[in-house]
Design a protein around this ligand. Sequence first.
Ligand code: FAD
Length: 341
Amino acid sequence: MIEPNRQGEVWVFAEQEDGTIPDVVLELCGKARALADQLGVKAGAVLAGSDRGSLPAQLIAHGIDNLYVVEDKRLEHFQTSPYTRIVCSLIQKHEPQIVLYGATALGRDLAPRVASEMRAGMTADCTDLQIQDVTDPRTKQVHENLLLQIRPAFGGNIIATIVNYDWWPQMATVREGVMPLQEPDLARSGQVIAEPVELDDSLFPVKLIERHIEPRTVNLKGARVIVAGGGGVGSRDSFKLIHELAGAIGGAVGASRAAVDGGYIGKEHQIGQTGTTVRPALYIAAGISGAVQHRAGMEESAKIIAINTDPEAPIFSVAHYGIVGDMRKVIPLLVKSLKER
Ligand code: FAD
């Protein structure tokens, strides 16, 4: 366990694969920048790999002041032990007060191992982060500028705010797409600091024999328009109507969990708490009740149109436009009118 350093930086673990940084890391750089400004400290990031390429410029343009780089040929692909060693030794050396990770497969692997090694706290799958003074109910002591780690809990029925009074650094993984991706500022400057971290061969017990990358067939995150179908669609056959409307309007196809569980469409299309979080310009929800777990993944959409037979369906509370009606009748009419335009 390490002592709190109130002047410590706000860090992002800049995961990368094949020289590409996922959007969630860049989203976190913007958030780290905002949190660091509020705390009056610098924003930092840790980048590890075999070749930094042009990634430092990208991270700095998204808000990072100090970038700590560890380069080693053996770090070409992620492995848990050496990456844990790198992050822990840099935390010990620089004492950041906050460390953020994307809630990706890699982040979900690395963050808890770092937390365990550092005897620090960690909250998984946050959807928001804020800084606030908090009173410890046990001691009545006021802790200034703690990180509020906000995430859905109990199946999404409540939003929990988690604070960490005793364990430092404060660490969280954050879901992709819940924080806005800020425009890069190419005029920003920052420091790139090469970090010599000793990594002996015993930290690389895994030998990579072959990599197989599944092509990404569904790009819900990048879609400007999404047409999503739910349990109310009723069958895999009727789900063709959702594909038809998406085709006519040039959108991607999304789904609620009921539609996925019903076998109408694959899990990769699921939107919500345990699916993808999206923020398209237009989201059309057909036959979706609007359960809190679904809304968690789509309610930040710029415009929402809901089609539902039940006028009391909760989806109407987040919709900008509502159509009370049978989607099997409404969608063909919409497709017809779109095709006539
Ligand atoms: P239903 O609840 O079956 O609702 C169907 C809706 O369609 C109703 O409102 C009905 O009025 C309407 N309808 C029926 N017929 C028609 C018709 N012909 N035309 C128009 N409307 C019609 N859910 C998700 O979506 N995403 C998640 O990521 C997710 N994660 C979860 C995680 C946990 C831990 C838990 C506990 C649950 C999760 N759920 C998730 C499930 C969630 O609670 C709901 O069960 C689910 O969202 C319901 O899907 P639905 O609204 O499509 O189906």
